[in-house]
Design a protein around this ligand. Structure first.
Ligand code: HAM
Length: 417
């Protein structure tokens, strides 16, 4: 019998899994240093959770099924709806603002291509309970800080869906239609947007992009639309907060596929990743938690496409630190029990990777295996060593060897590793 791996999924070799672990730990330390704490939510949820507010793109790509109890279940396509559910049910009494992050597999039934998978990973951040532009700025800066911590070159694009939605409503478009129009914008179907909205001012705004200066044009365009102007001022305030700290582009045409966004939205892109170059995306979603029965709670967040982050790092030739073997313990002849004991004692006493030779390959082969795996020392224990009460310690880099009493091994190696 042979089986193929499902389309859009991947296996990771020990080296790849090691790199992924290292990148996650890097993100974790940046996020924790800004006061964010990790949470975990289930890999599968009630399907309705993602039908309610996430939008058609997500709904169309769900891995949904009925479980044996006849419940409608789906593999999670993203983390924000789960966090909003978790918060509404259990976390609402915690002091606010609440800073959370999560990391794990997400599932979307999409057409697989480079950097687009059916099982992919996200590292997501959610800041709950703060409505101010300062909270938006914190989240945008955190995404940027993560990128900088890996030395990655990137570009940051900002928009504000509150401005677009408010303008559509002030131009007489219904709430439902707003969602459709924003989704058309997200897919770049601007002609259809034009036909649906039928207002030049909206199209002019949606075509506007550039630095902070674009606010002057935007203000002119929305002149007379008071509520839109209010949202625009909110967006401008965010950009003023960011001006001295991070480079960004404002793009009033940049919508996002998820329906729950209500305010600022942003994405982070990296050159050279091909069509799927968006490494992170996020925004403000002030109504999601209350729509799940929770208290009115403003919220903002983003998620890294973790796999794309890895691709970008590989492409920008990031140096991953491989964890290698430090010491190989080689038993020769009937000394296995002693060798196990020595290896255990070394593990107890050293912050190092100690590997025991298991299959009697012989000293020559084991030493070349040890050297290939990056080990610095081999500890050879034969019957002669057992009798003498000392092991032969071979320095594989310098090709020297000495005898060291079993009781002094950890100290000897500890001083040299
Ligand atoms: P999203 O834009 O749908 O947002 O996904 C965030 C990131 O996940 C994308 O920028 C991309 O890097 C990565 N991604 C999405 N689909 C795939 C795929 N099929 N294969 C590989 N990577 C993928 C969200 O999911 C929101 N929950 C983000 C958020 C958090 N908003 C507020 N808080």
């Amino acid at each position: 019998m042979s089986f193929t791996r499902p389309r859009g999924t991947r296996d990771f070799t020990p080296v790849e899994a090691g790199c992924r672990r290292q990148v996650f730990e890097g993100l974790q330390s940046v996020l924790e240093a800004s006061g964010y704490s990790e949470i975990q939510t289930p890999l599968f949820e009630e399907t309705g959770l993602f039908l309610a507010k996430s939008g058609v793109e997500i709904a169309d790509s769900l891995y949904a099924f009925q479980d044996k109890g006849g419940r409608d279940i789906c593999l999670r396509p993203e983390g924000t709806a789960s966090v909003a559910r978790f918060y509404s049910q259990q976390l609402r009494t915690l002091p606010k603002p609440l800073r959370l992050f999560y990391h794990g597999a997400m599932f979307r039934y999409e057409r697989p291509q480079k950097n687009r998978y059916r099982e992919f990973y996200q590292t997501g951040v959610e800041l709950l309970g703060a409505a101010c532009p300062l909270a938006d700025a914190e989240v945008v800066l955190l995404a940027s800080r993560c990128m900088k911590s890996f030395g990655l070159n990137y570009s940051l694009r900002l928009n504000h869906l509150g401005v677009l939605r408010r303008m559509l409503v002030e131009l007489g478009v219904s709430d439902d239609e707003c969602g459709i129009i924003i989704s058309l914008m997200d897919r770049g179907l601007m002609e259809e947007v034009g036909e649906k909205v039928g207002d030049e001012r909206f199209m002019e705004l949606a075509g506007l992009s550039g630095g902070f200066d674009v606010f002057a044009d935007a203000q002119r365009i929305v002149d007379g639309l008071e509520k839109t102007r209010f949202e625009l001022d909110n967006f401008k305030e965010l950009c003023i907060l960011l001006n001295d700290t991070v480079d960004y582009t404002v793009d009033f045409g940049a919508a996002r596929g998820l329906d729950y966004y209500t305010g600022m939205v942003f994405d982070v892109k990296v050159d050279g990743l091909g069509a799927q170059d968006q490494i992170a995306g996020g925004g403000r979603y002030d109504n999601l938690i209350s729509s799940f029965g929770g208290p009115d709670t403003p919220a903002v967040g983003f998620a890294f496409g973790f796999d794309r982050l890895l691709s970008a790092l590989e492409q920008q030739e990031y140096e991953f630190k491989a964890r290698s073997v430090d010491v190989v313990v080689i038993p020769l002849g009937g000394v296995s029990a002693k060798a196990i004991k020595v290896a255990e004692e070394l593990r107890d006493n050293l912050d190092a990777c100690i590997v025991l030779e298991l299959i009697g390959k012989g000293v020559g082969k084991t030493l070349s295996f040890a050297a290939d795996s990056g080990a610095r020392y081999a500890v050879i224990i034969g019957e002669k060593e057992l009798e003498a009460g000392e092991a032969t310690v071979k320095d594989l880099a310098e090709e020297k060897q000495v005898s060291v009493g079993f009781g002094a091994l950890a100290e000897y190696l500890g001083e040299r590793l």
